[in-house]
Design a binder for this molecule. Structure first.
Ligand SMILES: O=C(O)CCC(=O)C(=O)O
Length: 276
């Protein structure tokens, strides 16, 4: 099977709905490799951050900025990731803002408040929400039972909403959320391992806690166009064009985890810089 590319119809769908799902964006062997590395990697575990949701459940993630030559770095630099981001974001040089491994463990994995990613990123001084998107890659099955992502279809058209702290996360201003819930369809984004969800930085989204017996792990990679220079962000990966590698690099290179020299986010920075 060839690697996926974005068609004009898919681009129109993204523009209309604020999100797009592509099934089997990763090959089964790639998922196996990535999930194996993710779950077996001490560096990834050492740099995991636990954020409390409103009920005190933990939302665990490991976040890093610069994509290297390790297997995760290569994945985020593949033609398929970068070209897809380019097709959806339009003209400009595609840069990797950050990637995060979301580790939603059985019974303990916490909820995510209703928010827009740009609700956070605006505070880093990014000026252009249309130049930013996220790609969520499912490493395990994600469904209603284990707290899959939920999106409010078309809500990116509202523009940025004010965000305030809710637990250790940030949530969109509640009266706007209440109204948005009446207007937009709430979609449970159920994914199988290897499926990809692309979503606009202003799309309202959330997830519930994982009360099931099964983990829900995913990788979320966020991209930005280089002209969108944030005036408060100190990391430069978001304005450094990605050095693209061929699609087969993930499987054809030696399997390696993130090195200890990786620029991981620490909890102190997360809270003060609103990076998430
Ligand atoms: O993975 C999840 O459940 C939510 C993640 C999320 O909303 C985000 O990273 O913006």
């Amino acid at each position: 099977m060839p690697y996926a590319t974005i068609t004009p119809a898919q681009k129109s769908q993204y523009d209309r709905d604020g999100y797009l799902i592509i099934k089997n964006f990763l090959k089964a062997d790639e998922v196996k490799l990535l999930y194996g590395l993710a779950t077996g990697d001490d560096t990834m575990k050492e740099h995991a951050i636990d954020l409390n949701d409103q009920s005190g459940k933990k939302t665990r993630l490991t976040l890093w900025f610069t994509p290297g030559d390790d297997t995760f770095g290569l994945l985020t630099r593949t033609e398929r990731m970068v070209k897809s981001a380019q097709a959806l974001l339009g003209e400009g040089e595609v840069c990797h803002f950050h990637s995060k491994l979301m580790q939603k463990e059985p019974k303990v994995g916490g909820a995510w408040e209703v928010h827009q990613d740009y609700g956070y990123w605006y505070k880093n001084g990014f000026m252009f929400p249309d130049a930013m998107l996220s790609i969520m890659l499912a490493l395990t099955t994600a469904n209603k039972e284990n707290g899959c992502l939920q999106v409010l279809k078309g809500s990116h058209k509202m523009g940025r909403i004010e965000h305030n702290f809710a637990g250790e996360q940030q949530g969109a201003d509640q009266p706007f959320v209440d109204e948005a819930m009446k207007i937009f369809e709430r979609v449970y984004v159920e994914l199988e391992p290897g499926d990809a969800l692309f979503f606009h930085s202003n799309l309202l989204h959330m997830s519930e806690a994982n009360l099931s017996e099964r983990p829900r792990w995913s990788l979320i990679s966020c991209y930005n166009l280089s002209y969108n220079k944030p005036f408060r962000e100190k990391n430069t990966s978001c304005i450094t064009p990605v050095k693209v590698v061929p699609d087969d690099a993930v499987l054809s290179s030696a399997a390696t985890s993130l090195g200890s020299g990786t620029d991981f986010l620490s909890k102190e920075n997360e809270i003060t810089l609103n990076v998430k």
